[in-house]
Design a protein around this ligand. Structure first.
Ligand code: BES
Ligand code: MN
Ligand code: MN
Length: 461
């Protein structure tokens, strides 16, 4: 496979041009006004999979956005790698904070990406990372280096909870049969510190509504005499953490997997600089659950966060009013053994219980999913580790991530296979934020590393 570097050198301009075309389509799954664009993106992915050498490519209809499925079978006695990714992206808001329009990709150099980075919504999450797999396949097919069978499954609803994929997977178990699932939709520590993601947190997402009086009231005529739903909601939210920043919902920690001191010591070996961490996001200090380090807080511990809170008058100038209603969106990140449906129920019960009589509370659960941990004592992990050793000349560090890809646990449940998370993004790439970007070096490094995974996995298998 020595020719991989030549192949990339020869074709890299085109690899970038194609990715830029993909990034230009605003496939925002959360916003129904972009339906046409999401569907166009599905078509684009389908065409590119055909061009890259998949023999059978299908657009699979679902109750929601289509799933693009493709495969290249070379020998039924050889193993099969199933690649998963998503072609939908997060909304770009707040749009005014972008330095260039989110769907007009531009290449700029940054301190961390001196070779240049592509700025666009979805550049890293996940169009850029998903497309590395399409280009890796193109290389393997064109040069006779595909060592095993491959299946692709690219969905368009990951950013809104993968509902259609949860419908699709149990209905297509035979079709999706594989020996390992390969995903690039996470990150690594730094360009000179490769890492393999070995864990994802679960998720429970809810929306709450607190209602006081039946209509907005004059805050002079009624102020002081009725409960203000915004004040009550703020108090209720504040009470969800105690003075040690532990979550106060009864039963919340019941099944939390506790890591041994050895495991925690092993985790602490990963390079991490707290001053750089603070400086990168301009905070005066870190904050979180007592007795845990920053890396533990954002990977092996469950959390509860308010994602948005609103109510009352937020327009220009002043309006003296006691709002009838106040709202918040709340997410909980979960760790192995916490069941997301149970946690959602615990939240609903607790939130209703702590509400004073002066208000009524509604809780609407959104989506959720289980966490996931990849074992490192498998052939698949060894193959991934060897692939990084080949292209980075360093052994990658196994590291659990705080993010969630809820569908991964579902894959294991229905397809009985393990997932390898080979992420090439960096935390500083600003996924979900304004000015999301993906390093060109990372993009090409991914394309270079992926074929080695196929090679070593097939050899070891
Ligand atoms: N690719 C991310 C998840 C991710 C990013 C995991 C970086 C680890 C490192 C994915 O697209 C995502 O944003 N997931 C959502 C959950 C989903 C149900 C909306 C998340 O983590 O908030
Ligand atoms: Mn993603
Ligand atoms: Mn995402």
């Amino acid at each position: 496979m020595k020719d991989i570097n030549n192949y990339i050198e020869t074709h890299k301009e085109r690899f970038l041009v194609e990715l830029i075309s993909l990034l230009k389509i605003p496939s925002i799954s959360a916003d129904k006004t972009y339906k046409k664009e999401v569907l166009l993106t599905a078509d684009f992915v389908m065409e590119q999979l055909k061009k890259a050498g998949c023999d059978d490519v299908e657009l699979c209809e679902t109750p929601g956005y289509p799933i693009i499925y493709g495969e290249k079978k070379i020998d039924k006695n050889l193993p099969t790698v199933l690649v998963y990714g998503h072609y939908d992206v997060q909304p770009p808001d707040p749009i005014e904070l972008w330095h260039s329009p989110p769907f007009e990709p531009v290449i700029k150099n940054t301190e961390i990406h001196p070779e240049g980075a592509i700025f666009a919504r979805g550049a890293c999450d996940d169009k850029g990372q998903m497309y590395m797999h399409v280009k890796a396949l193109e290389y393997m097919v064109n040069t006779g280096n595909l060592p095993c069978n491959v299946k692709f499954m690219i969905e368009g609803e990951e950013e809104v909870g993968s509902e259609s994929l949860s419908w699709f997977v149990p209905r297509n178990i035979e079709k999706l049969k594989n020996d390992v699932i390969l995903i690039s939709d996470t990150g690594m520590i730094a360009n000179n510190i490769p890492s393999i993601t070995t864990g994802l947190r679960g998720l429970s997402y809810v929306e709450v509504e607190v209602t006081g009086p039946n209509r907005d009231l004059h805050s002079g005529l009624y102020g002081g005499a009725v409960a203000n739903p915004i004040t009550i909601l703020s108090k209720m939210i504040a009470s969800l953490h105690d003075e040690n920043n532990r979550i106060t919902i009864p039963g919340f920690y019941d099944h939390v997997e506790e890591l041994s001191l050895e495991e925690r010591a092993e985790m602490a070996k990963a390079p991490f600089n707290i001053e750089e961490y603070k400086d990168a996001i301009k905070i005066g200090d870190v904050y979180g659950e007592k007795d845990y380090t920053t890396n533990e807080r954002n990977a092996i511990r469950p959390t509860l966060d308010v994602n948005g809170i609103w109510g009352g008058y937020t327009g220009e100038g002043a309006k003296t009013v006691i709002a009838s209603k106040a709202y918040a969106k709340i997410s909980m990140r979960l760790v192995p053994n916490q069941d997301w449906k149970r946690i959602t129920q615990l939240f609903v019960d607790h939130f209703k219980k702590i509400a004073p009589k002066a208000v009524t509370v509604k809780v609407n659960p959104h989506h959720g999913g289980q966490g996931y941990v990849t074992p490192t004592n498998t052939i698949a992990y060894q193959a991934a580790s060897k692939a990084y050793q080949t292209t980075f000349s360093k052994t990658p560090i196994p590291q659990r991530s705080g993010g969630s890809i809820p569908i991964v646990a579902l894959f294991e449940e229905h397809l009985k296979s393990k997932t390898i998370l080979m992420g090439f993004g960096l935390n500083s790439d600003a996924i979900h934020s304004p000015n999301e970007h993906f390093g060109i070096w990372n993009y090409l490094k991914g394309i270079e590393t992926i074929p080695y995974f196929y090679k070593y996995f097939t050899e070891l298998k």
